[in-house]
Design a binder for this molecule. Structure first.
Ligand SMILES: Nc1ncnc2c1ncn2[C@@H]1O[C@H](COP(=O)(O)OP(=O)(O)OP(=O)(O)O)[C@@H](O)[C@H]1O
Length: 296
């Protein structure tokens, strides 16, 4: 079964798709074969936050990697179509990309903040060198001064004091490292950011600070976000729409309000009821009233 929903999120604004996936299936070619994503169709609209929820192992990460052409053997996309609708008006067949086209697509058009990304900063080169590297690779025409100015700007955007540009990863807190990863993902002003559990390893206060920053950046730059997490209360709070995955399929998709108030699929209801804070006597998004200010 697949679900597709392109309903209007913002009153008076017609949603404009930035990515369309149709009937995507992905397998791990092991023995026995694991059918990790089954016939998934979804449309991501420009500037929206699409939450992807579902229990561990349901295929969220595999789907995200598929959308970004990051799958590696034994993973194989066995069927389906992914079209990126560029700001320029051009439609890009993502599955057909290779070589330079694929390199330009990743980071430039669509970037990803991975699970545990903060641990993937290179420990032996400075934050400056890592930010400059992204720009050197993807914006070869930029001068050293321009790269420096852009790096400082990026750190400021994600709430890291630019004096930290000289630091090495081990000198930064987990929250700061994750913010640096977000700065790198933002560097080329992508139209889509895929965030796979971007804050799971961090404590709640730091998480909230980073989530707020992502929300603010999204407002400022209007990129679309696919936000993957187990944390359904958080998704209800931040997402425009939520897709619920179960055993490789999207079993329900709707606005956060629809999912919260009127979930149709028994699994979605089960998922909601597994968060007592959502269904208990306080009865509403408890996090919304939470005024804890985050500092990472
Ligand atoms: N390299 C691999 N080889 C074989 N099977 C794999 C491999 N990677 C993932 N899988 C299987 O594919 C399915 C989907 O995994 P995936 O990591 O996409 O789920 P997920 O929803 O992102 O889980 P989590 O939230 O724990 O990250 C699972 O059954 C998993 O065991």
């Amino acid at each position: 079964m697949s679900a597709e929903l392109t309903s209007d999120q913002t009153v008076g604004v017609t949603p404009e798709p930035v990515l369309t996936a149709r009937n995507v299936s992905i397998e791990y070619e092991v023995d026995p074969v694991v059918k990790a994503v089954k016939d998934v169709s979804l449309t991501l609209n420009r500037g929206e936050i699409l939450g992807l929820a579902g229990e561990s192992g349901c295929g969220k990460t595999t789907l995200a990697y598929g959308l970004n052409r990051l799958l590696k053997a034994p993973a194989l996309m066995t069927s389906g179509e992914i079209v990126f609708h560029d700001r320029s008006g051009e439609d890009v067949d993502v599955r057909a990309l290779d070589g330079d086209g694929l390199r330009a697509f990743r980071w430039d058009k669509i970037s990803m903040v991975f699970q545990g990304a903060m641990n993937s900063l290179n420990p032996v080169i400075s934050i400056r060198a890592q930010l400059h590297d992204v720009l050197t690779t993807h914006r070869p025409g930029m001068s050293k001064d321009e790269k420096e100015a852009r790096s400082v700007e990026l750190l400021t955007l994600v709430g890291v004091d630019p004096s930290r540009i000289n630091s090495y990863a081990h000198e930064l807190s987990g929250g700061m490292r994750q913010r640096v990863m977000i700065a790198m993902a933002l560097a080329l002003e992508p139209q889509i950011m895929i965030m796979d559990e971007p804050t799971t390893a961090l404590d709640v206060v730091v998480q909230r600070g980073i989530i707020r920053e992502i929300m603010r950046l999204r407002e400022q730059f209007n990129f679309a976000v696919v936000f993957i997490t187990h944390d359904l209360p958080m998704l209800l709070e931040i997402s425009d729409r939520i897709a619920v995955m179960l055993q490789g399929e999207i079993v329900e998709m709707g606005t956060a309000q629809e999912i919260y108030r009127n979930a149709q699929h028994p699994y979605t209801r089960k998922l909601l009821s597994s968060f007592p804070s959502l269904t208990g006597t306080r009865g509403d998004f408890v996090r919304r009233g939470d005024s804890t200010e985050g500092a990472a």
